[in-house]
Design a protein around this ligand. Sequence first.
Ligand code: ARG
Length: 632
Amino acid sequence: MINRRTFIHISGATAAGTAAATSLPGAAQAAPARPAPGAAPGRAPSGSARAEAALTMARRVLLTDDKHTDLTLRYLRLLTGDARLPRKARRRVVVVGAGVAGLTCARLLTAAGHDVRVIEANSNRIGGRIKTFRGDVWQDPRLRAEAGAMRIPSTHVLTLALADSLRVARRPFHLLDVPPSPDLVSGDSRITYRSWTGETFATGTRAPYRATASQGSRFLHVNGQTVTKAEYLRDPRPINKSFGWDSATPASQAWAEALEKTRAYTRTRKADGSWGEKPIVERVEGMARLLDDLGDMSLHQYLTGVAGWDTAQIQAVGTLENLTSRLSYGLLHSAFGALDLNPSMTYFEFTGGTDTFTRALSRGLRIETGRVLTGVSRHGSGVTLHAAPETGPEDEAYQGGTGPSRYTYEADAVVLAVPFAALRHVTFDPILPYGKRRAVIELHHDTAHKVLVEFTRRWWEWDEDTWKAELGSAYRPAPHGPAVPAVGGGCVSDEACRFVYFPSHPSDDGAPGGVVLAAYNWAGDALRFDALTPQDRRTEALDHLASLYGDRIRRYATDRCVSQSWLRNRWALGEAVIETPGQLLSLGPHVAAPVDDVLYFAGDHCQPRYHAWIAGAIASGTEAALQVTDAP
Ligand code: ARG
């Protein structure tokens, strides 16, 4: 069923010519291929450990189990209070880490009557990689901006339903720029999840959200040329050619088409050309085959060997679609990620800042902050945790450190809801099982870096006449055509500031200014910023914005520029797990597995479909809560 040779069939089809890479029906036929006779011996016959791993991980990716239960549906019911955890003997549970996974888990266990406490390393905040810069970080304390999670795809029903049930307000987040008019739809629009069981789950009360059409006014700035996204879509050739890629296909379309071979494992093409999900049994089988066939492949290997791209195309699409820094990582992260981040997806943000969500989630929980986990000792009657007081700042700290371990906690069960990169610094007695240890040691944690610049006025909402009125005799035209008033959306650049994002809304509380995400970089692109000083980050980000929008924007920049390196955060130690080729199957099955019905694991790293998303943290926190209560 799962056979290594399927891949050989796919690449064989593609090798026939690049045309095959873009011929869609070919792609659709490729995936369900029978093993090609005479193909090289398969690495692993089915029934082998590898096939087992592929099946385990396929179920995890699809949020299902060996009975094809729809776990998304089960989690939704638990999270929104429609269902309860099974009543079992009361356990003393310590949850380590007050990020979304830990808080979700603690909430469910507390509601089920367990004795739950949460310990959190940070002494001054909870939330983990949800972190809102607010207050006197800014010159205008009414402003705020997100250091971490900032957008929620409308398909992430776990996140949106949990937020709705906690009465956390949401509103549209505009991935693409729109005119600065009030949102036509309320944030509380209806989100419906349709299960393969035939059941549906809906949250939100208003009409479903349809995004306002983008005006495409944001810039692409590559190879010394600057064009708007609308110009690029009208004629992609000049920009594509500037990379040596002679193509009239927009980069986003080329990327989507390249991934069709991965989609064909779990979907079928309908008559109208759109994709439909296969029935769940086939979907699990297809996903297992996909993981087996392509789980060892890097994005680069896939683009060259399967999609048939040449160097010029990889550089062009890689630059425009944010693939370049991830080429050496496992393909599947980028394949799953493209389902969440693409131009046809709509998004929400939490109206009062993303941390309104974690605050609501933490309400009523027993949380001790400033407690750094240092040791986990298991003994006959349970677990003793050792913790030390936190000293020094969470970010880019050069001084201070973790003090002596003077706190202990006794528990029947412990949920470790912190990144594995953080567990690397914890002593386990006895040591963790081999597979778990390898995962803690090896799992690749990626990095992301955000540079946020404050402005006293929201100049991005202005047209050229407003600029004239504001600047008077100091008026100078913009370098790349007249200003187009817009909120949301962002620019793509091959400069150090790879992606720029503008706020989706005018500030609340009547503040005249706003904060621009002047650089949002991943992986190697993020490292380029990590090494700079805060001042150099600001200079570079502002220079870059000025090169796009003119020096005239400088007069509105305040001296406040805040940056977030997730790699240099002492408690996150990275942005999120992104497997390198092979890790999904070699380490994946060990990541979330509980140890001896005593140690449980949660965090977005435990949910392979949703690494780097709130939904992954919620799913894993819910799963851990179920495991704690299901224990014999
Ligand atoms: N949820 C994140 C976002 O919306 C995705 C981050 C993916 N990170 C990465 N290094 N590929 O931006």
